[in-house]
Design a binder for this molecule. Structure first.
Ligand code: ADP
Ligand code: MG
Length: 245
């Protein structure tokens, strides 16, 4: 058996932590060893602390990167939502959605209500929950989505764009009805909705009722086709309140 001195052991640990890319554990190593020497913690506690810290650094990094990829305009949370202000909204129902079973079931959540009632806040907060749970999420306003699809169509890459938008297990389409969709946009949106149909979950927010979709999408035929897909396996939540601001 070869004799290894404590200091070369520590060098070895340092070397391993660098090789394993564990910067947080590496950073904590000296202070942790000192606490062991001083009898403040034992070896098991030290290992536990180093690994827990490293894991939480990685987890936070993963969440930050995934939030960027999800393109959320702002981060909002369910804890930051004041349910008391919006009594028409069933808190239990929203908290049940945060369990994310609707994603596994590829359901469509509709959040309807007047401007300022928290539809985008709730959609964003549910998207954040999904990101934390490791789901691939993509958030986009309808007008931007239609612009993306129209650009892809002009450039001959519509299939690829739709495939990209189908990869997310949760697609949030915000602000349906704020602006009328550009000509041809309803058709492009339908192609996407059809491609995700029964395969991927969506959250849609709108300040307009379903009866107005013909006007929004510029065609009653397209609106009917869209609603046929989007009201199947759907959960409709209507907020009847006043603006929070
Ligand atoms: P909507 O999408 O329905 O037009 P938003 O979700 O954008 O409304 O809400 C407008 C602003 O008010 C946002 O900053 C949002 O975070 C905030 N807000 C709305 N409702 C609530 C609420 N019940 N509790 C906390 N903040 C809220
Ligand atoms: Mg909104």
């Amino acid at each position: 058996m070869t004799h290894t001195s404590p200091s070369s052991r520590v060098d070895n640990i340092r070397h391993s932590l660098v090789g394993l890319r564990m910067p947080r554990a590496l950073e904590m190593l000296d202070a942790t060893l000192r606490r062991i020497e001083q009898g403040q913690i034992d070896g098991v506690e030290a290992l536990d602390e180093l690994l827990t810290e490293e894991l939480s650094l990685r987890e936070n990094r993963r969440i930050r990167a995934a939030l960027r990829m999800a393109r959320l305009p702002v981060v909002k949370t369910l804890t930051g939502f004041d349910f008391a202000f919006q009594p028409s909204l069933d808190r239990n129902r929203i908290m049940a959605l945060a369990g994310l079973d609707f994603i596994a079931r590829a359901e469509v959540i509709h959040l309807l209500g007047p401007p300022g009632t928290g539809k985008s806040h709730l959609a964003t907060a549910l998207a954040v929950e999904a990101v934390r749970a490791g789901k691939l999420v993509y958030f986009v306003a309808l007008a931007d989505l239609v612009a993306q699809l129209a650009k892809a169509e002009r450039e001959g890459t519509l299939r690829e764009r739709i495939r990209f938008l189908c990869r997310a297990s949760l697609l949030v389409v915000d602000e349906i009805g704020y602006l009328p969709v550009t000509p041809g946009g309803g058709n492009l949106f339908f192609q996407l909705v059809n491609a995700r149909y029964e395969k991927g979950a969506m959250i849609l927010t709108s300040n307009r009722g379903f009866a107005e979709w013909g006007d929004i999408f510029g065609s009653p035929v397209v609106a009917t086709a869209l609603l046929d897909r989007l009201l199947h396996h759907a959960i409709v939540t209507q907020i009847e309140g006043s603006s929070y601001r």
